[in-house]
Design a protein around this ligand. Structure first.
Ligand code: NAD
Ligand code: UD1
Length: 333
């Protein structure tokens, strides 16, 4: 199949392109490079020995999008803005980019009679969990504009399917993607100061930042620090391939992609320190506004619906994140 991948130059998109190419699919990447580098795509070609068709463009440019996806069989939609704090400061940008962009994408798909879609959602749509582990039928609500864009898009997709039940839609709710491809050629390359834990730790380990701030030490968790379900990005990428392959009949299905295991901030610091053989100096800082104590998936639906489960453990995640960081101390630059 030929897969149209919006945001394919980004962190999760580039790893998914590797999976697609290695499994015999053709890939057309459509990305405006607002948070990524074309270098990532060159490296995907190096890893796979296959060529990517790359079109630079914005998903809000409907005519360019409609033309670019001609001849494709399915769409994986990663393109979007993803920083929670920034979304609070710039909500209109987030609604415009994520929601308006997705509306353009869906209309372009209709124009091209493409009705198979895999969409990047997030565990953020569960808000502060009422119960753990999180199942897909947990109530949906969000606490910030970024999360709200994901929930609105999910609702749009459910409404679209209700209006036309020939669509084949898989909504993937990611938990906390971390790590990098085992080659060390592609990985997470934050443009600014990292918001997320693992890339921040990696930059402390390489000496780009002095210390980690641990946001809160008195949560009701096993050691007082926040607990999350970290998932290796290569497992996540594989989940997209499985989701696509499972889309052989009309549906609109939401699935968690997580490991089901919760690790604390201190667990991650210790595992990263072991994997990198570096010390990770940290200080205890106040809680970050909007953070929750614990969040981890019940990943069993992914197993039954698409035949997928995560394979890589926390040590592997830290090893591969460090491998990418140490081979690319300044990212793709
Ligand atoms: P990323 O920023 O690395 O990738 C997103 C890509 O989309 C970038 O290459 C960017 O240039 C591109 N893009 C953004 N706006 C665009 C537009 N208007 N037109 C065309 N291209 C555009 O982020 P990622 O971590 O790879 O995340 C991919 C998707 O997964 C996002 O939708 C994100 O919200 C979602 N997600 C990510 C995480 C995470 O922790 N990384 C967790 C849950 C969900
Ligand atoms: C954050 C977003 C979430 C998004 C996800 C993936 C918030 C409130 N939530 O989730 O919507 O889907 O990223 O992009 O931003 N931590 C530190 N020090 C740091 C960074 C993080 O102690 O410098 C802690 C956090 O308090 C948390 C854990 O590490 O307990 C994980 O944080 P992070 O990687 O930012 O992910 P989430 O907060 O789960």
């Amino acid at each position: 199949m030929t897969i149209f991948v919006t945001g394919g130059a980004g962190y999760i998109g580039s790893h998914t392109c590797v999976e697609l190419l290695q499994n015999g699919h053709n890939v057309v990447v459509y990305d405006n490079l607002s948070n990524s580098s074309v270098e990532a795509l060159k490296r995907v070609e190096t890893i796979t020995g296959k060529l990517i068709t790359f079109i630079i463009g914005d998903i809000r440019d409907e005519s360019s999008l409609t033309q670019a996806m001609q001849g494709c069989d399915a769409v994986i939609h990663f393109a979007g803005l993803k920083a929670v704090g920034e979304s609070v400061a710039k909500p209109l940008e987030y609604y415009d980019n994520n929601v308006q962009g997705t509306l353009c994408l869906l209309r372009s798909m209709q124009t091209n009679s493409i009705k198979t879609l895999v969409f990047s959602s997030s565990a953020t749509v569960y808000g502060d969990p009422e119960s753990l582990p999180l199942r897909e039928d947990h109530p949906l609500r969000t606490t910030n504009p970024y999360g709200q864009t994901k929930l609105v898009i999910e609702d749009i997709l459910r409404d679209l399917y209700r209006s036309d039940n020939t669509w084949q839609i898989m909504i993937l709710r990611y938990f906390n993607p971390v790590g990098a491809h085992e080659s060390g050629l592609i990985g997470e390359d934050p443009q600014d100061i990292p918001n997320n834990l693992m890339p921040f730790i990696a930059q402390v380990a390489i000496g780009r930042r002095e210390n980690l701030n641990i946001f809160g030490e008195n949560y009701p968790t096993h050691d007082g620090t926040g607990v999350r379900d970290y998932i290796h990005v290569v497992d996540l990428a594989h989940g997209h391939l499985k989701a696509l392959e499972a889309l052989t009949s009309p549906q609109c299905t939401a699935i968690n992609l997580g490991t089901g295991i919760g690790y604390s901030v201190l667990d991650v610091v210790n595992a990263f320190s072991k994997a990198s053989q570096q010390s990770i100096p940290y200080i205890i800082a106040p809680r970050r506004e909007g953070d929750i104590a614990a969040c981890y998936a019940d990943p069993s639906k992914a197993n039954t619906a698409i035949g997928w489960s995560a394979k890589r453990n926390l040590d592997q995640m830290c090893h591969d994140a460090w491998n990418f960081q140490s081979k690319n101390p300044t990212g793709y630059k």
